[in-house]
Design a binder for this molecule. Structure first.
Ligand SMILES: [Zn+2]
Length: 374
């Protein structure tokens, strides 16, 4: 009860105090002012004001900047040291009260260079391809290198880098050690409506095996064609899901392009592909490792008549293939990717001419150093 009676009295005293304070400040503003100079300019402040009050925003404006360690560009304006403040030529704390006639001067703060951190980074394994055969084999696995890198803590810029140990390349050797007159036919970019079946028909009438490198999304669209290829006894390989350049595809996407295609072929035909042909023949260390980890052998080609070129005739395709074939040749043709009527028309001639020269057509797995499986 006692304290309740006390509260109104305290409040009324507070109100009285506030009224006095307002009058006092009006009186200060009207009748009392303190003139000082800041960097030569006249500034008037109220009594009791500090150096900081007198200097105002100039305190921030005169801060130094925070600079990048790499090229000295400004990363954070005003992110450097605060300015030095002087009164009458001597250092003064900004919390001190000013007196009339003070001459205050600011010296711009220093620029500060961002901190740097040092870290070790792996240098990726480069790829070196040697030889001319169709089968890509691993000669040297390669070793990643190591570099010491100095990085700006805020900018992330590389300030300096130094090779601690250079990378050793993965050496991929293109080989097929075949002295006998054996040759393999391969068809890329299918399955393709009508054309793949036309190729099957030409192969069947000559009794010749081949290997088809299928594109995953085509397999998904035409699984029945894949089944007919498998039922006819031909081998089926992986040509990526979207016909991508594997040398410029990395990580997750690289693995998916390959795995998705094998999965599509498996679900269409029950066959597990054993071969990967990189679109455009583009292979690097990452792509080779991805293929090997999915138990796929990488195969390119040794004979390429560029049957997909516009205006190329069946006679030209046939002549170019027959001229280029040597023992162990892997011939690149296409059953998909566009109109392949000239390729299909060239097939009987290619098969007969090469047989007439003593060549035997075999699946990829029966060429020289190419083993049937891992
Ligand atoms: Zn292709």
């Amino acid at each position: 009860m006692v304290s309740r009676r006390y509260i109104p009295r305290a409040a009324s005293r507070g109100v009285a105090g506030l009224v006095v304070a307002i009058f006092a400040s009006i009186a200060h503003a009207a009748f009392a002012s303190v003139p000082v100079s800041v960097d030569g300019a006249r500034v008037v402040v109220h009594p009791g004001a500090t150096v900081a009050d007198a200097v105002g925003e100039r305190l921030d404006e005169a801060r130094g900047d925070l600079l990048a360690a790499s090229d000295g560009r400004v990363l954070v304006p005003g992110g450097g040291a605060p300015p030095a403040v002087r009164r009458g030529g001597r250092p003064v704390r900004v919390s001190e009260v000013v007196r009339a006639g003070d001459e205050i001067a600011l010296v711009r703060g220093r620029d500060v260079v961002e901190a740097t951190t040092e870290r070790l980074e792996a240098i990726p394994i480069p790829t070196k391809i040697v030889g001319t055969g169709a089968l890509v084999t691993l000669a040297e696995p390669g070793v990643p290198g190591l570099s010491r890198v100095v990085v700006g803590a805020l900018s992330g810029d590389v300030v300096a880098s130094e090779t601690v140990r250079p990378a050793e390349p993965m050496v991929l050797k293109r080989t097929i050690d075949e002295r006998r007159k054996k040759v393999a036919l391969t068809f890329d970019d299918g399955p393709w409506p009508r054309q793949t079946d036309a190729v099957l028909k030409a192969l069947a009438s000559e009794g010749v095996p081949a290997t088809f490198f299928f594109i995953g999304k085509q397999v998904k669209a035409h699984p029945e064609i894949v089944r007919r290829v498998v039922q006819a006894g031909h081998a089926v390989g992986n040509h990526t899901y979207h016909h991508v350049d594997l040398a410029s595809t990395d990580g997750e996407r690289l693995a998916r392009e390959i795995a998705g295609t094998s999965r599509a072929i498996r679900s269409a035909s029950g066959i597990e592909p054993r071969w990967l042909r990189p679109p455009g023949g583009a292979i690097d260390a990452d792509a080779y490792r991805a293929a090997a980890s999915q138990r796929l052998r990488v195969v390119l080609w040794t004979v390429d008549p560029q049957d997909w070129q516009r205006g190329k005739t069946a006679a030209q395709i046939e002549a170019e293939v027959v001229r280029a074939v040597k023992p162990g040749a892997v011939i690149l043709l296409h059953d998909g990717g566009g109109d392949r009527s000239q390729t299909i028309a060239a097939l009987p001639g290619i098969i007969r001419k090469l047989r007439a020269r003593g060549y035997e057509f075999v699946p990829l797995s029966r060429l020289g150093s190419v083993k049937a499986s891992w």
